[in-house]
Design a binder for this molecule. Structure first.
Ligand code: UDX
Ligand code: MG
Length: 618
């Protein structure tokens, strides 16, 4: 009896899609189950164009392969995806404010000032904690705003040494690992795990970059790639899945956002392994912030001292800058949370809740809301506990572009998205959620905008371009050395690719030379000065700047067992900067997007390959 009821309802179901019904014989039982899920969730249109059995059968099987992937890679499967999509699309059509009932206010957090006593303390504490950390880089994004043809982590962080972002990140993690073991009391040598979330757009190129470069010195077993899947696109408010216009046996897909990192980590089983190994912190970061590791040790120190479950790193934010605002949201019913409000939502939220001017600067010249740089430090135990409840699912949103004010059809298909910084939204009120604000010059210089768009950024707002990203490295290093007592000459202003930037001395060093300020200070002594037109690249570890006067280019490499003193007066014609136009396709893309290249006229280049004590005269 029971089975015949099921059978008749199943055949009712399939009779709503006759073209599918006539093809059932070519499908496996699993595929028929998937077909049922689709039909039960209003997707019969997917089969309208199906041909009779025997025609395009491989394409039909391919269709179900894709459906199986879409179903298994989403928490709760396609049924859950479609259900949530219908709800969010209905809310969006009604113009429902996702922050309804909440009023925004400016939260208070930790403020760190580079180089003061507290900062130095926090950095030291952070180094101690680092051996209990795992790092997670989200690098599945295409970087559409930048428009670069390669993967973003392969771009040079700066072109003095040409070190790419990924190499710099790995060398920073290794330097932290080493520094942390040095201060560890138990003598345990653990490797800091490094996870990279990729997508179909970035996976193989990320893997190739690592393999071609022997993982930039990291053990290959220390690195894990987790690939995120795209999600199905939606054609209308009924959440009908969108077919590819070139292939009616294929669903259109788009990225689901960096929020996928949580469900991927959860299902990878890594969290349990890390807990067993005694780890305590998970640090998330994005693909192109060349200054990030200046901020890591101190903010990890803050997390440990304040026992934060969640610590978001922030910098002062300019109104309308494309970075989210950290906001305190208090609900009429008394609930409150401190959370990122994404840059496209902050202005409407403020206008709707008693701030008629919306997203504007206050008397400080900055938005009163700190800017989220999307570097999150999560405490592993509470993180794991939370993910056990949610499966790693993150609150999603939908952002359809409607054809007209009736909001009945879309200009192009849309999809659900999620962001990693929305993780705290499901946390209980007892969770310790905080944030740490640092100077922009020290902590944040992403490369997100192409030259043309960067040149159009409102005056005074950061460009977030390849040009500003590289200039920020020189500025930060120059300022750090200034703080350590070196007279680094003030910068000159220059317009590159239509953007006015400060050009400081081109100073770079490897992370192992100096990870935290107290280390850097031990590397600098006497009266030192560096002129604005100078270049200094230090790739060795035990290199000491002592009574050095530099006006030109100085490049120093050394093995760890060589102790090298950089002193005396060094003057040469140095490396000059030549402007390059971003439209000049005779120049490689990674250079022309910066608007300049170096002409290596003259330099003092020294390599120390033997153990011992040396100076520049050796
Ligand atoms: O599907 C995706 C999308 C993006 N990403 C990664 O997520 C990171 C951030 O992506 P984007 O650069 O597009 O992010 P956005 O610039 O739009 O905003 C992000 O950074 C700035 C913060 O202030 C914002 O709050 C944050 O959402 C990148 O590392 C990107 O590779 C994924 O890994 N998968
Ligand atoms: Mg984006």
């Amino acid at each position: 009896m029971a089975s015949s009821t099921v059978d008749s309802s199943v055949s009712d179901l399939f009779s709503s899609a006759p073209a599918l019904q006539s093809n059932l014989e070519i499908l496996s039982p699993d595929q028929i189950e998937l077909a049922k899920i689709l039909l039960e969730n209003g997707q019969s249109h997917l089969f309208l164009h199906w041909s009779e059995p025997g025609v395009c059968d491989n394409e039909k099987l391919g269709f179900f392969d894709q459906i199986a992937r879409l179903n298994s890679s989403y928490p709760g499967g396609l049924a859950a995806y479609i259900k949530t999509a219908k709800e969010l699309l209905a809310d969006s059509k009604l113009g429902k404010n996702p922050y309804d009932g909440f009023s925004p206010s400016v939260p208070s957090g930790e403020n760190l000032t580079f180089g003061d006593e507290n900062f130095i303390e926090m950095e030291k504490r952070g180094v101690v904690e680092a051996r209990k950390a795992a790092f997670v880089l989200v690098a599945g994004g295409l970087g559409e705003r930048l428009g670069y043809n390669g993967i973003k982590v392969a771009l040079p962080r700066e072109t003095t040494t040409g070190t790419c972002f990924l190499q710099h990140y790995i060398e920073s993690i290794l330097a932290l690992q080493e520094a942390s073991h040095k201060v560890a009391s138990d003598g345990n040598q653990t490797d800091i795990p490094f996870i990279i979330m990729t997508s179909d757009d970035t996976h193989s190129r990320t893997q190739d970059l690592l393999e071609l470069n022997s993982y930039f010195g990291m053990k290959s077993t220390q690195v894990h790639l987790l690939k995120q899947e795209k999600v199905a696109c939606l054609d209308d408010n009924d959440a009908r899945l969108a077919l590819d216009s070139n292939n009616k046996y294929k669903i259109q897909t788009k990225p689901h956002g960096h929020g996928d990192v949580h469900s991927l980590l959860y299902s990878s089983g890594l969290l349990d392994k890390w807990l067993d190994a005694g780890l305590k912190w998970v640090l998330f970061f994005q693909d192109t912030n060349g200054l990030l590791f200046n901020a890591i040790p101190a903010s990890l120190g803050v997390s440990a001292t304040k026992q934060y479950h969640v610590n978001s790193l922030a910098v002062p934010r300019k109104a309308k800058e494309a970075i989210g605002g950290i906001t305190k949201l208090t609900h009429a019913d008394g609930r409150a949370m401190v959370i990122n409000v994404e840059y496209n939502q902050l202005d409407p939220l403020l206008r709707a809740s008693g701030f008629p001017d919306g997203d504007v600067n206050c008397e400080t010249g900055y938005s009163p809301f700190p800017g989220n740089i999307n570097q999150l430090i999560l405490e592993l135990g509470s993180y794991k506990e939370e993910l056990q409840k949610t499966g790693g699912a993150i609150k999603e949103f939908v952002n359809p572009k409607y054809k007209d004010s009736t909001k009945t059809s879309f200009k192009s298909s849309t999809r659900l998205e999620c962001m990693m910084q929305d993780y705290p939204k499901t946390l209980p009120p007892t969770a310790r959620v905080g944030f740490t604000v640092m100077d922009i010059w020290l902590a944040y210089a992403p490369v997100k905008n192409n030259p043309e768009d960067a040149a159009k950024v409102p005056k005074g707002n950061p460009y977030h371009s390849a040009t500003s990203g590289e200039m920020a490295i020189y500025r930060a290093n120059s300022r750090i050395l200034q703080k350590a007592g070196v007279k680094v000459e003030e910068p000159v202003k220059q317009v590159l690719n239509g953007q006015e930037v400060e050009v400081w001395s081109r100073i770079t060093w490897k992370p192992k030379w100096g990870m935290i300020f107290s280390d850097i200070k031990t590397k600098v002594s006497g009266n030192c000065d560096i002129s604005q037109k100078s270049t200094m690249a230090i790739t060795g570890r035990n290199v000491f700047i002592d009574n050095l006067s530099l006006d030109g280019a100085l490049i120093v490499d050394s093995i760890d067992d060589a102790e090298v003193k950089l002193g005396g007066s060094i003057k040469n014609n140095g490396w000059t900067m030549e402007t390059v136009d971003y439209k000049d396709t005779s120049v490689p893309e990674e250079i022309r997007i910066r608007g300049f290249r170096f002409n290596k006229v003259e330099q003092l280049e020294k390599k120390f390959t033997q153990p011992g004590k040396f100076s520049l005269e050796d």
